[in-house]
Design a protein around this ligand. Sequence first.
Ligand code: G6Q
Length: 547
Amino acid sequence: MNPSDLPPLPLDQRPAWKALQSHFQSIGTAHLRELFAEDPERGERFTAQAAGIFLDYSKNRITHETITLLVELAEQSGLRSRIDAMFRGDKINLTENRAVLHVALRAPKSESILVDGEDVIPGVHAVLDKMASFADRVRSGQWKGHTGKAIRNVVNIGIGGSDLGPVMAYEALKFYSQRNLTFRFVSNVDGTDFSEAVHDLNPDETLFLVASKTFTTQETMTNAHSAREWSLAGLGGDESAVAKHFVAISTNAKEVASFGIDTENMFGFWDWVGGRYSMDSAIGLSTMIAIGPENFRAMLAGFHAMDVHFRTAPFEKNLPVLLGLLTLWYTDFFDAQTIAILPYEQYLKRFPAYLQQLTMESNGKHVTLDGTTVATQTGPVYWGEPGTNGQHSFYQLIHQGTRLIPCDFIGFAKSLNPLGRHHDMLMANVFAQAEALAFGKTAAQVRAEGTADWLVPHRVFEGNRPSNVILADALTPGVLGKLVALYEHAVFTQGIIWNIDSFDQWGVELGKVLATKILGELESPTEPAMSHDTSTASLIRRYRASK
Ligand code: G6Q
């Protein structure tokens, strides 16, 4: 083992951590007004850019010393060697004994990454080519349904990582989508989700993409079976229709075949692709059908550009590292509980939901890799809405509430739908909100406006509320790839410092097991013998009595 691969000291014993603790005592209460007054150039200096993504992080409660110490912390945590280990294909997902290679999904053909001695890149490109030829056939109308009609509707059935990426990317890149095709996304086991999705669709023009890495997920398989029944009912019951109306995206050929889908119509991927990191794999088939293979490849190139930056840029200029470190700074030192993601771009309306899974499933962990309880807080809660809507609802709490909520504003120089003054208005709000949060409005300023004394406290804005502003030229497929990769690697950076496994998700297991047991009790024709607590048992009895 390379000495740099040795596990780091426990977080609270790393020298930079200790230095940050005392540094926090001196800077923790400093106001952004003072920080800007002391260093008028910080607005230019605390910025970084890479691959066309610009980050202004000057409105954070930091000084140069903060960044220096945070970067030292990253180094003392072994971030550099862990990045290399991920890109090399090492099995860094320790609890599942798996490599973590979403970066291979967007690597060019010329690269080579070995997993268990085998180069995975040729397989990645073979699947991409198969997806492209299928996507082209659907888009051109060449792929016919059972009755000879072209496909007009594509329904992705999947959940979690097999849904959130596809739906987010479809919404984000709708501008580039083929408009004579309708896309729907079914995820919830609630029958309403499926029923509403197909309500106005004709089975003979509808293609289902069953997206499930394991092909055993209860919600997805239940929806897929209902889709099968719905299709066959509308197509005269001929089982051979399934081949024309269902394709599978999975790693599990056996289960795909037993569902009745020809494995010829299966798009594979690999166990080294985690669900929440899978939108670049075959799980992105709906995205590719919507925007076309060329745009999909442009998206992958965007991801790759950010990968290269993350892997090679010095930490103090490294966008994902900076973003990850700043989040850790607020989470662990300011005790911030949440991070708001505020895209000022309507097409990014599902981006906060997507990041919720990426960040919270990855870093919502309470033990380190060696199984001991963490000494600090780990992953914060992510949430958000596209601007400007949030301004008229929850921004009140961000501006004047009692909690510190660091915000990421995301904006674009150009609108994809230029319309009168709309875009300038939209962007004026980005800059205004970040400015208002940082600098606020003092009692003296409020009084000077002639406000009655009793009203002054209500109208004061304390300010000192931190934010990042992320800017790009326009929301292209490539830029979307860069933005997602930016957050993926920021999550990675944090996970390495916290020394947790960002790539497992054991926390979703217990509820699944209990639900399976309870389902049997809900459906039992006779009163089931139950061993639950009294609350759960009486809820089950009440439901059984009234269903
Ligand atoms: C993501 C998780 C989880 C997963 C879903 C769907 O990282 O693993 O959200 O994507 O549970 O799993 P399948 O694709 O196997 O159906």
